[in-house]
Write a protein that binds this ligand. Structure first.
Ligand code: ADP
Ligand code: MG
Length: 253
């Protein structure tokens, strides 16, 4: 049997050639990395949860008219997606101060921001994904002004949608990151939400207790990451079967 061709292997996912031109298979690994891959671990079951959660959010976005790369889920760890030209920027939306914004601006984590703030970081691991301004983006040709306006509008729609999803299950969406890609239709391009939307790329705090339910659990050694993601999936009604490995057979005396 012919093996599928691997197109790219990243930190958390692998891309394979899809069954039709213009498609890819996105495989979700259990690998977790933080601080630009200086901290690494295998978190059993993470890939399965992120595959399901990303499917859930991408489908929901499509239902409210936000275009995404998602076509369909194939199995526990794989989904079929449209191949896009990724814009080399991480688009970050923040509702509350946390992480690098708190450090940079001296804001206490959890401070409500006056309005959602959209930031762009250059997708470049070697440089540590530095924050860049719209001036940089246009001057260096990573995107043009029209793309930027479209990306901000897209990111804010995703923010409203995700904030609502999480609010309904008692979770605060502190911030998140998306990647956006171009799909060409002749001479016309359309921007779509690509990559993944999962607790790997969001900051999620329990509304009542403030408990962290996202990758900060791993970054800051706050407990079991799979348990946190399982809780998010359970609240959203997205829990797949067999997240935890089957129990080993027990010896009966
Ligand atoms: N629809 C898509 N078409 C092409 N590339 C994509 C698409 N969605 C995501 N990607 C890219 O695939 C890679 C996903 O793997 P990941 O492990 O997240 O990689 P990385 O370590 O580069 O972040 C990312 O580089 C992302 O930009
Ligand atoms: Mg990535």
């Amino acid at each position: 049997m012919a093996r599928r061709k691997k197109v790219y292997e990243g930190k958390a996912k692998i891309l394979y050639e899809g069954p039709e031109p213009g498609t890819l298979v996105q495989y979700f690994k259990d690998d977790a990395t933080a601080f630009n891959a200086q901290k690494r671990a295998i978190i059993e079951g993470k890939g399965v949860l992120n595959n399901r959660l990303s499917e859930f959010f991408m489908k929901g976005l499509a239902q409210i008219g936000v275009p995404t790369h998602f076509i369909r889920r194939i199995n526990m760890r794989e989904q079929l997606i449209r191949s896009v030209e990724i814009i080399p920027l991480e688009v970050v939306v923040r509702n509350y101060a946390a992480g690098s914004m708190s450090t940079r601006l001296g804001l206490e984590e959890g401070t409500l921001l006056p309005r959602p703030i959209v930031e762009f970081c250059l997708k470049d691991d070697a440089l540590g994904d530095p924050l860049v301004s719209e001036e940089h983006i246009v001057a260096f040709g990573w995107a043009n002004q029209q793309d930027l306006d479209d990306m901000v509008a897209l990111a804010l729609r995703v923010n409203d949608f995700l904030s609502g999803c999480f609010l309904a299950v008692g979770i605060k969406l502190v911030d998140f990151k998306i990647e956006i890609g171009r799909i060409w239709d002749g001479d016309y391009q359309r921007l779509v939400v690509a990559d993944e939307i999962s607790p790997d790329s969001c900051r999620l705090w329990d509304m009542e207790t403030g408990q962290k339910l996202d990758k900060d659990v791993f970054r800051r050694d706050l407990g079991n990451l799979t348990d946190a993601y399982t809780e998010v999936a359970r609240r959203l009604g997205v829990l797949p079967q067999n997240v935890t490995p089957a129990q080993k057979p027990k010896l009966i005396n």
